[in-house]
Design a protein around this ligand. Structure first.
Ligand SMILES: Nc1nc2c(ncn2[C@@H]2O[C@H](COP(=O)(O)OP(=O)(O)O[C@H]3O[C@H](CO)[C@@H](O)[C@H](O)[C@@H]3O)[C@@H](O)[C@H]2O)c(=O)[nH]1
Length: 420
């Protein structure tokens, strides 16, 4: 039997995702109509022999998380539990701390997935590799261009055996164009090196405690403490994929991930894609519309649009490359492009809300989304427009390349601004 662990982090994480992470924990932010980690859960639930999915993080178990877990357990008919770390334990500390829960029932192996990645999750292929030649650690890798590889864990492999010979987390100079996707398959033996790191850290902590620099008892960084340390010792292997993969760090990357998942729905969930129906709105390309949303027939939607629960879209609205969240209203003839409209926000008639996409270079097959800082040389970089929750945009204004914080009532047009 198999298990899966999803590392969901906690409230101090996901800062580049503000103001959207003020309302729901980032792992529950809807991407292509469903919470970000539901894509992970769906992929895990499809692997034959999957017995349990554990979410490990340091969020307080609040109502949205509890409700999500209950709904997911019912939908996938699997135990899905949340295990809360007493403090941020890093990417490996939680795995070690909850080792008894992970190993309960003696799984042959367990998947470990970063919550903030979008992927087609080739889990069955990874399992085949593992069963063919079991090793403690199997990492999913993909390629990146030289510049962008520096933002990820970089892997040097033996091209014949796919053994990881060298691993450097976010190097400062080029190491390899193979990057770590944050998707792993571990055998139960993988917990032994984690124990060694834990014990070594405890000893070092006793020696160095007086410095006050110690990051915290139980913290283990999977990447530096384990992968870098064990590379070249026949324990870590990489499985390369050329399927879809992207990180979800910023709001802009959530929009990009939404596009990737919507295109994947053609194969995996065609029922989630809106179809043109007589008397219904005009649909262009891939569009998700929650069944409770009210969309006027003269609206034109798509491509790459996702419309949440209880949203109202008025007559003549044009909506493209955008996410409209739960309970928002787009009044008649609004135009919303490359934007995220927050929960319960209202965009007045004939207003235009527009952002600038920052998509990967389409001419470079190894390019990924850049999720860098919002600013360069003290200036706000053009990016998608984000309206926080319950924002009110008046009629006939333009909001361009701006971030509007929650509960703001605007009275005029804004361009290239963060509106606090
Ligand atoms: N439970 C728990 N989860 C955590 C913690 N810290 C981070 N996480 C979770 O672990 C994942 C990785 O988070 P980061 O520490 O922010 O790392 P990163 O910059 O995303 O880089 C990692 O992912 C890249 C792929 O997306 C990799 O390329 C890179 O090597 C590394 O593994 C995220 O899903 C995050 O929520 C923690 O203390 N506890």
């Amino acid at each position: 039997m198999l298990k899966a662990v999803i590392l969901i982090g906690g409230p101090q994480k996901g800062t580049r995702f503000r103001p959207l992470s003020f309302e729901v924990p980032k792992p529950l932010f809807p991407v292509a109509g469903v919470p970000m980690i539901q894509h992970h859960i769906e992929a895990c639930a499809q692997v034959p022999g999957m017995q349990e999915i554990l979410l490990i993080g340091f969020y307080q178990p609040d109502e949205p998380l509890t409700r999500f877990l209950e709904a997911a357990q019912q939908e996938f008919n699997l135990p899905i539990r949340y295990l809360q770390e007493f403090a941020p334990l890093g990417t490996g500390g939680g795995l070690y701390h909850f080792r008894d829960q992970i190993l309960a029932g003696s799984p042959e192996a367990f998947f470990v997935l970063n919550a903030d990645v979008c992927s087609d999750f080739p889990l069955s292929a990874m399992l085949d590799v593992h069963r063919h030649q079991p090793h403690p650690f199997l990492l999913l890798g993909t390629t990146a261009n030289r510049t962008q590889s520096l933002n990820y864990g970089c892997i040097v492999e033996n091209p014949q055996t796919h053994e990881v010979l060298h691993y450097v987390e976010k190097p400062s100079t080029f190491v390899s164009d193979i990057i770590n996707c944050g998707i792993y398959l571990f055998s139960p033996e993988a917990l032994k090196p984690l124990r060694d790191v834990f014990q070594r850290n405890q000893q070092d902590r006793q020696l160095e405690d007086s410095s006050g620099l110690w990051p915290g008892a139980g913290t283990i960084r999977l990447e530096q403490d384990v992968f870098s340390a064990l590379a070249g010792q026949g324990q870590i292997y990489v499985h390369l994929t050329d399927g879809i993969w992207s990180q979800i760090k910023s709001a802009g990357s959530a929009l990009y991930a939404s596009r990737l998942y919507l295109s994947q729905y053609q194969l995996t969930h065609p029922e989630r894609l809106a179809k043109h129906t007589p008397g219904g709105p005009r649909i262009r390309g891939n569009v998700y519309i929650h069944p409770t949303a009210k969309v006027a027939p003269s609206a034109v939607l798509g491509p790459n649009v996702s419309i949440g629960e209880g949203v109202t879209i008025g007559e003549g609205v044009r909506l493209r490359e955008s996410i409209v969240l739960h309970g928002a209203t787009l009044q008649e003839h609004t135009c919303v492009l490359h934007s995220i409209v927050g929960w319960g926000s209202t965009v007045g008639r004939w207003a235009r809300v527009e952002g600038t996409p920052n998509d990967p270079n389409p001419n470079d097959p190894r390019a990924h989304m850049d999720s860098e800082s919002l600013f360069k040389d003290g200036k706000l970089l053009p990016a998608i427009t984000i309206l926080g929750c319950r924002v009110r945009i008046p009629a006939e204004v333009l909001i361009l390349n701006s971030i509007v914080l929650p509960h703001k009532e605007l009275s005029r047009s804004f361009t290239n601004q963060i509106i606090l």
